[in-house]
Each structure stands twice: as structure tokens, then as C-alpha cells.
Design a protein around this ligand. Structure first.
Ligand SMILES: C[S@@+](CC[C@H](N)C(=O)[O-])C[C@H]1O[C@@H](n2cnc3c(N)ncnc32)[C@H](O)[C@@H]1O
Length: 251
């Protein structure tokens, strides 16, 4: 209990308060300095959220902001409303959402029971009012009731068998509210060095042979479903290459 309180106090005094878009604390900073401040805040929050988690989860979640561009993705999270995170893992993206969007309600689900147990422990501790919640289920199971102002799917599609990928994208998009957004991100299948680096990463960490789906194909599925592309972007972080699209569902 005391450790819990100390950890929350420490995160407040060490400046891990995440403001997106940046707030008064960034008034005299350049854009680059402000980005760095946000990245530092994200890393600090990732450490705080899991500081009592089992060592493997604590290590993986603490390192995740170094290889995943959460600072680019978090800006698409609405200030309020409802959000769904598909394949949320241990819940880091929703933990960041909850810490930066105090009026948002969100639910995440994942097929990995141990990741969801860590996410639920984190949520009980940091969001005891239940506004950030997690459930253990897979893409093929019944989904939480929508619609949601934001649906996110980060680094999940390459874990889903190819014949089920199009349905997973269609289900995700169908849970977006009119005028809401779908944030789809995955690891890039090019250049080959990055694609193979990530494949080896997943062989070691997830013990899985992954199945890349070119992002252009995902984009065309979403456009055929009526989605409007708001942004398409890429970013390299060390050997990892990321691609994402932000898709609006017309009202
Ligand atoms: C690379 S992790 C990403 C976790 C999280 N989205 C993040 O960015 O931190 C991929 C996640 O997808 C989950 N996953 C894989 N196949 C799934 C499925 N069929 N249904 C739900 N989750 C799945 C895995 O359990 C894993 O937690």
C-alpha cells in the first residue's frame, strides 16, 4: 500500500504527467524539445505502471516505448468518449491513454491471459474507478459492445493467420462510431532487414512465425468499407520499422 502511494507520488513529482497535445509545461520549448519531453514522460509512465508486475512484463513494458512510436500514436486518442484497444497486450497504450485523457473510458482485450492479468492489476491500481478496463478474449470471440470513438490495433495483425486478417480488420472498423477513428499500426514488411529483425524478435519473444500483410492492402480493404484515410505514416526506431494509417469512419 505504502509502496503503491510512493510510486504514484514519485511519478507526479518526476514529471511523468503526460500532456498531449503538449501543455503549458512546453511553452518555452522547441518542437523537438517538446517531443523529447513527451517521450521521456511516456517512458517514465511505462516504468511506473508496471513497477510491481512480474519481472518479464516489467522489463518488456519498460522497453516498449523505445521501440514503438507511442508518442506519434497517442495524439489520435480523443479527450473523452470511448476507446477500444484490440490485442492490447499488458495494456500500456491504454495506460498511457488513461494518464493523458482523464475523461476517456476505454477497454482492451487480448488473447494472452498473463498479459491481461498484468493489465488488470495495473488498471485496478491506477484506474480504480474502472474507466480503463481489460478482458481476456481473442479477435474470434465476441467483442466488447461498441461503438467507440477510437478503435486501435497496434502490432496485432501479423499475429493473426492470413485467412482471418481481413475479417479482423472489418470487425475493428465496424466498431468505430460515426465520425470516429480507426488507428491501425503494424510492423513494416520492408525493408527486408527490418522485417526480418522483427520476425526474429517475434520468434524469440512471442515464439511465433508471423504473417505480414502489406499496409496498402489493409488500406484498400478499409477504403472499400467506406473509410477515409486521414494519415498514413512510417517511422524507424533502431532496426524496427513501423507503419500506420488513421482512418475516419464517415458520420
Ligand atoms: C506485439 S503485441 C502488441 C501489444 C500491444 N498492442 C502493444 O502495442 O503494446 C501483440 C499482441 O497481440 C495479441 N494477439 C495476437 N493474436 C491475437 C488474437 N487473435 N486476438 C487477440 N489478441 C491477439 C498478443 O497476445 C499480443 O499481446
Amino acid at each position: 500500500m505504502l509502496r503503491n502511494r510512493l510510486s504514484i507520488l514519485r511519478s507526479q513529482f518526476h514529471g511523468n504527467e503526460l500532456q498531449v497535445p503538449c501543455g503549458p509545461a512546453c511553452k518555452n520549448l522547441t518542437t523537438k524539445e517538446c517531443e523529447l519531453k513527451q517521450q521521456q514522460a511516456i517512458r517514465g509512465i511505462a516504468r511506473d505502471l508496471y513497477d510491481e508486475a512480474p519481472p518479464r512484463i516489467r522489463a518488456l513494458q519498460g522497453l516498449r516505448p523505445f521501440i514503438c512510436p507511442f508518442d506519434d500514436l497517442i495524439r489520435w486518442i480523443p479527450a473523452k468518449g470511448r476507446m477500444l484497444d484490440i490485442g492490447c497486450g499488458a495494456g500500456l497504450f491504454l495506460g498511457l491513454a488513461g494518464r493523458s485523457r482523464h475523461e476517456l473510458r476505454a477497454i482492451g482485450f487480448d488473447a494472452d491471459a498473463s498479459a491481461i492479468a498484468a493489465a488488470q492489476t495495473m488498471a485496478r491500481r491506477y484506474f480504480p474507478n474502472g474507466r480503463i478496463a481489460f478482458q481476456h478474449s481473442a479477435v474470434g470471440d465476441p467483442w466488447p459492445d461498441g461503438p467507440f470513438e477510437l478503435v486501435s490495433m497496434i502490432d496485432v495483425l501479423h499475429h493473426i493467420p492470413p485467412p482471418a486478417q481481413r475479417d479482423a480488420i472489418a470487425d475493428a472498423y465496424s466498431h468505430v462510431a460515426p465520425d470516429g477513428l480507426f488507428l491501425y499500426k503494424d510492423m513494416a514488411d520492408k525493408p527486408y532487414f527490418s522485417a526480418w529483425w522483427n520476425r526474429l524478435h517475434d520468434i524469440v519473444v512471442a515464439k511465433q512465425w508471423i504473417h505480414y500483410r502489406p499496409i496498402g492492402q489493409v488500406q484498400s480493404w478499409l477504403e472499400q468499407a467506406g473509410g477515409q484515410i486521414v494519415q498514413r505514416s512510417t517511422r524507424s526506431m533502431g532496426p524496427y520499422r513501423h507503419e500506420w494509417i488513421i482512418v475516419r469512419r464517415p458520420g
